[in-house]
Design a protein around this ligand. Structure first.
Ligand SMILES: Nc1ncnc2c1ncn2[C@@H]1O[C@H](COP(=O)(O)OP(=O)(O)OP(=O)(O)O)[C@@H](O)[C@H]1O
Length: 469
């Protein structure tokens, strides 16, 4: 999602962009590309490249003769799909294309725009054509558009009423209708490398649009910001802004000419602030997801559906919701209903395959399955206990009879010697030591006896008695 789509983004570039299409600011826009940036806009917005030379990474698209470079230099594709992770430059490149080709820039977000909005922008572009003016229509998150909405774009693309630049974080082969796809130049953006992010941070520290030399980062603080960014430039700059804000607030008066230094501690203390800043649903995002999960865990199916609906309405990334469902199928239901994990995983796959809006049904089904399923926290407790022992150094040698025996000389070392093959036992289970000596008799898994785990509880008891002799 672009800076100007988030409700908590400070609004730098938002004014007017998502106003009703056709309602031009007074006097019309005189420049192509995104509107001028306000000085109080978020750092990521202020640092948005104003020329191709400022774009880092994406060399495969921008090198001499590469597709985007050619496009910017005036070659005639009818439509471009920019497919790549968030914060890698999709919006930026769309704006640069319009700027470099002298076209007007109109943007719609598939999260909020309907067919009517699409038609209105196309009408505006058609009117402009009569006076020789061309338009770049940027559609963010195009994978969220329904088939009807995408169809509404087709004729305008075909008749070259607009140059469509569509951005998507999802593979367009699954989410974009094929007539549109076949008319588009599909370009994949790569996550930015650590060097790319490092260079962007550096530029933000030095450039007058950023801190103009007034802030510096210690080396470990810079490394940490690069790690936090995970290849996302916006995340890097948002985290830098939060950390720099904390550091600047903490100094009364810096020595003239001396930059305020941001250290690792300050970055660590500020990242939550950064996370809140760029989330989709403002401060409520984490509260709603937390209430969603707690309602599932608490078996309140109706409340869970309410929070799911809120997240869908807020335009929450369906993959994020699906990932939470997969995690909680194991964390809160586990072996009390092992099929919950299958339903959650299937919902995640459905999101991947069919996208929104249809995939919301799979998310709802998984929510209902998980909320109404018998509950068990035994999986997370079992893994937690085993991990705690490993971290505390409670470990030990693998018993010799379980060691690998598939190499020359293994037998001489006693490896695999005396191993008993359970399938030879009448029930497929026989007495034998499996844990290291230090952990003999330790029970990590404590089945709850809820749902399907009741049967497992009885079985685990029996198995432990046989195996431990
Ligand atoms: N390749 C890049 N080079 C330089 N700056 C970048 C690059 N990519 C992103 N940025 C910085 O990150 C900000 C956000 O980037 P942009 O909006 O172009 O990302 P996006 O790919 O459209 O992300 P999303 O999918 O979240 O909308 C920009 O304003 C700019 O400061």
């Amino acid at each position: 999602m672009s800076d100007w789509l988030g409700p908590s983004d400070g609004g730098g570039e938002s004014a007017g962009l998502f106003a009703a299409p056709g309602s031009e600011p007074e006097g019309g826009r005189v420049t192509a590309g995104l509107p001028p940036v306000r000085p109080d806009a978020p750092l990521a917005v202020r640092m948005r490249p104003t020329s191709l030379d400022e774009v880092v990474g994406q060399g495969h698209l921008l090198g001499p003769g590469a597709p985007l470079r050619r496009l910017v230099e005036g070659s005639g594709a009818a439509s471009v799909m920019l497919f790549g992770p968030p914060g890698t430059g999709k919006t930026t490149l769309a704006s640069l294309i319009s700027r470099a080709t002298g076209r007007r820039f109109e943007a719609l977000s598939a999260l909020s725009a309907g067919v009517k909005d699409v038609r209105a922008v196309i009408d505006l572009a058609r009117r402009r054509l009569t006076s020789g003016e061309q338009t770049v229509l940027f559609i963010d998150e195009v994978h969220r558009f329904s088939k009807t909405q995408q169809d509404a774009l087709l004729a305008a693309v075909e008749n070259r009423i607009v140059l469509l630049v569509a951005a998507t974080t999802e593979n367009p082969s699954f989410s974009v209708v094929s007539p549109l796809l076949s008319r588009s130049l599909v370009l994949q953006l790569q996550p930015l490398t650590a060097e790319d992010i490092g260079a962007l941070l550096d530029r933000a520290l030095r450039d007058p649009r950023g801190y103009g030399g007034g802030v510096a980062l210690t080396e470990d603080a810079a490394d940490h910001l690069v790690r936090l960014a995970g290849g996302d430039a916006r995340r890097a700059l948002t985290a830098l802004e939060a950390a720099a804000g904390t550091a600047l607030d903490a100094v009364d008066e810096s020595e003239p000419g001396e930059p305020v230094v941001v250290d690792l501690e300050t970055v660590e203390a500020s990242v939550d602030k950064a996370a809140v800043r760029y989330d989709r649903d403002g401060d409520q995002h984490y509260d709603v997801i937390s209430a969603f999960i707690k309602s599932i865990r608490g078996s309140d199916v109706d409340a869970a559906l309410h929070y799911l609906a809120r997240m869908i309405a807020a335009g929450e990334d369906p993959r994020f919701i699906a990932r939470r469902l997969v995690v909680h199928a194991s964390e809160d239901i586990g072996m009390a209903d092992p099929t919950a994990l299958q339903t959650a995983t299937a919902a995640a796959q459905a999101v991947q395959l069919i996208g929104m809006p249809e995939a919301r049904l799979a998310l709802a089904q998984a929510t209902i399955h998980l909320a109404t399923a018998p509950k068990s926290g035994a999986v997370i407790a079992a893994l937690g206990a085993a991990m705690a022992d490993v971290s505390a150094g409670k470990s030990g040698l693998v018993p010799p009879h379980l060691r690998d025996g598939h190499y020359a000389g293994a037998e001489k070392l006693g490896s695999a010697v005396g191993y008993r093959y359970p399938h030879n036992a009448a029930d497929g289970v026989l007495p034998q030591q499996y844990p290291p000596d230090e952990l003999i008799g330790v029970d990590y898994y404590q089945p709850t006896g809820h749902g399907a785990e009741r049967e497992i509880a009885a079985r685990v008891g029996k198995l432990r008695r046989i195996v431990r002799g």
